[in-house]
Write a protein that binds this ligand. Structure first.
Ligand SMILES: Nc1nc2c(ncn2[C@@H]2O[C@H](COP(=O)(O)OP(=O)(O)OP(=O)(O)O)[C@@H](O)[C@H]2O)c(=O)[nH]1
Ligand SMILES: [Zn+2]
Length: 201
């Protein structure tokens, strides 16, 4: 669901946030009336609604909307799904890649829906661990596959721009259900997500 059209921003939310960001700019010692900043509160109000639009979206509805009966029962992996989220502690971005797999049990879903589910849970205030589990649970609950695996690798701006100021640390989180709890299946998934079948790594 696109969220860039004017009418998709909630007017009362936009107005409340505009006021809030105008005050924030002044509190930070800037002049909110300065030419370059006059429209900034409105831009921020819209940007923040865009970045948190996941609260208005239902991952299970998206997955069920493209749930197809299919006998395929090997691993389906969608890897390198880029994600942008915001840590709930500092409301600063964290960004990276999600790798998602499932082993069907009578049903498959549209491949794009896997990426949409990543977006739906990313566009909220998050911690990387919960994001990882929410993606897994949504797929497990709707497709009821033989197993789901989710690995997220991300960098957190709150650890880069401020605080501990570490520029190269990458946080990896993972969640596994069903057959992926078995070491062999999990190892196959880990091998496939680090392979370069299309020469991209
Ligand atoms: N587990 C987890 N922690 C996160 C995530 N994003 C940010 N954090 C951490 O949340 C913690 C909040 O710790 P606090 O001590 O309350 O905050 P702080 O004083 O700003 O901490 P520093 O970042 O160490 O300066 C920090 O250690 C962040 O690195 C995340 O996705 N998962
Ligand atoms: Zn943070």
């Amino acid at each position: 669901m696109a969220y860039h059209k004017e009418e998709q921003y909630d007017e009362s939310v936009t107005n409340g946030l505009k006021e809030f960001y105008r005050n924030s700019i002044a509190l930070l010692g800037e002049d909110p009336e300065r030419e370059g900043l006059v429209k900034t509160p409105e831009r921020m109000a819209k940007a923040m609604q865009f970045l948190t639009q996941g609260y208005q979206q239902d991952a299970k509805e998206v997955l069920n909307g493209a749930k197809f009966t299919e006998a395929y029962s090997e691993m389906v992996i969608v890897k390198d799904i880029e994600l942008y989220s915001m840590c709930e502690h500092h409301m600063l971005p964290f960004f990276g890649k999600a790798h998602v797999a499932y082993i069907p049990n009578g049903y498959i879903t549209g491949l794009s829906k896997i990426a949409r589910v990543v977006d739906i849970f990313s566009r909220r205030l998050q911690v990387q661990e919960r994001l990882t589990h929410q993606i897994l649970d949504a797929i497990q609950d709707t497709l009821q596959p033989q197993g789901v695996a989710v690995v997220i690798e991300a960098q957190h701006l709150c650890m880069m721009m401020r605080g501990v100021q570490k520029q190269n640390s990458v946080t990896t989180t993972s969640a596994f259900s069903g057959q992926f709890e078995d070491g062999t299946t999990r190892a196959e998934f880990m091998k496939l997500i680090s392979s370069d079948l299309m020469g991209r790594r």
